[in-house]
Unconditional design. Structure first.
Length: 315
C-alpha cells in the first residue's frame, strides 16, 4: 500500500485492495491463534466521532489494543472541535500526540482537511461521501467465503445511492467486478462517482450499472447488499423515505431472483422490516455478522500498512 492516508477507496489500486485481503486473511488466522503482531506497541490511535457508531468505534479500539497500542475516543461534542476549533488546527495538534487519526464525519472535506494538515496517517471511518473501511471488510468477507473477486462476480446493491454505494462503485472500478445498483429515481449514486469508476473499469474490466429496477439488479447476483434508507444526518427524511423505498426491500422474493448460493450482506446497523426482512437477515444466505467482525481484521491490516508509510509524513 503506497498511500499515506485512507480517505477513500480511490487512494488504493486494485492490486493494493487485493493485497489487503490477502494480508487480512493471514492476520485473522494469527489473531485466532492469539498471535497478534505488536505493530502498534506504544502507539496511539485518535478516533474522532461527529456521528454515533458501534462497529467502527469498537473494531478500531479493539484492533489498536490487539496490535499493542491504545485508542482515544474523541466525540466532537466533548472536544474543542465541537466549539469551533478548526479541522486543520485539530489535525496539527492531534498529530503531536497520536500516531494515527481515524475520523467519522459529516462532510467529506473534513477528512480531506485532516489528511492535508495531519503529519500522521488519517483513516476515513465514514463520511457522507464514502466508507472505505466498510467496503474493504465487505470484499474481504466475500473473499474469505471462497468467492473469486473478478469479472464473473455480480454484486447487486439495492437501496439508497449513498456513501456505501460510492465506495462499492470505486472498488468495482479498481478491482474489476460487476456492480449493479438499484435505487429509486432521484436516489441514485452520484454521477461523477460512476463516471470516475467507469474510467477505471476500462483497465480493470469492471462493469458498473445503475438502474431503478431492483429485480433486474438482483437477477443472477452473487451478492445482494443493502443499507439503511436514511443515513445518519437524514433522520428527518426517514418516514418519507420508507414509503419511497419499500419496493427496494431485500426480502425473500427479491433474494430468490439472485443465485441460490448468493451472499446477503448489510453494513449494519439494520432497520429490520425496512431495507431488510428478519427472514433474510437471519436466513441461510446472510453473512452480515461475519461481515461486521471483519471490520476488525481488515482495519488492523490498514493500520499496520499505513504505519509503515508514516515516517515519510513527518519529514
Ligand atoms: N457499519 C458501521 O460503520 O457501523 P457503525 O455505524 O456501528 O460504526
Ligand atoms: N449509509 C449509512 C452507513 C452506516 C454505517 C450512514 O451513513 O448512516
Amino acid at each position: 500500500m503506497k498511500t499515506k492516508h485512507l480517505t477513500s477507496i480511490r487512494d488504493l489500486s486494485g492490486a493494493e485492495i487485493m493485497d489487503v485481503l490477502v494480508q487480512t486473511k493471514k492476520l485473522k488466522a494469527l489473531s485466532y491463534k492469539g498471535k497478534n503482531p505488536q505493530a502498534m506497541k506504544g502507539k496511539v490511535l485518535a478516533m474522532i466521532f461527529q456521528k454515533p457508531s458501534t462497529r467502527t468505534r469498537v473494531s478500531f479500539e479493539t484492533g489498536a489494543f490487539q496490535l499493542g497500542g491504545t485508542a482515544i475516543y474523541l466525540s466532537s461534542h466533548d472536544t474543542q472541535l465541537g466549539r469551533g476549533e478548526s479541522v486543520p488546527d485539530s489535525a496539527r495538534v492531534l498529530s503531536r500526540f497520536c500516531d494515527i487519526i481515524m475520523a467519522r464525519v459529516f462532510g467529506h472535506s473534513d477528512i480531506e482537511n485532516l489528511a492535508k494538515y495531519a503529519t500522521v496517517p488519517v483513516i476515513n471511518g465514514l463520511s457522507d461521501f464514502s466508507h472505505p473501511c466498510q467496503i474493504l471488510a465487505d470484499l474481504f468477507t466475500i473473499y474469505e467465503k471462497g468467492r473469486k473477486i473478478n469479472k464473473n462476480l455480480k454484486v447487486a446493491y439495492i437501496g439508497d445511492g449513498n456513501n456505501i454505494t460510492h465506495s462499492w462503485i470505486f472498488a468495482a472500478g479498481k478491482v474489476g467486478f460487476r456492480f449493479v445498483s438499484a435505487s429509486p429515481s432521484g436516489y441514485e449514486p452520484l454521477k461523477e462517482v460512476v463516471e470516475e469508476a467507469r474510467r477505471d473499469a476500462k483497465k480493470s474490466g469492471a462493469v458498473i450499472e445503475v438502474t431503478n429496477d431492483p429485480v433486474e439488479a438482483a437477477k443472477g447476483a452473487d451478492v445482494i447488499y443493502t443499507d439503511t434508507w436514511a443515513s445518519m444526518g437524514q433522520e428527518k427524511e426517514h418516514d418519507a423515505r420508507v414509503k419511497i423505498f419499500m419496493p427496494y426491500q431485500v426480502n425473500q422474493r427479491l433474494v430468490s431472483s439472485a443465485k441460490k448460493d448468493c451472499l446477503v450482506m448489510h453494513c449494519l446497523p439494520a432497520h429490520r422490516g425496512e431495507e431488510i426482512t428478519d427472514e433474510v437477515m437471519d436466513g441461510p444466505n446472510s453473512i452480515v455478522f461475519d461481515e461486521a467482525e471483519n471490520r476488525l481484521h481488515v482495519q488492523k491490516t490498514v493500520m499496520i500498512e499505513l504505519l509503515k508509510n508514516a515516517v515519510s509524513l513527518r519529514s
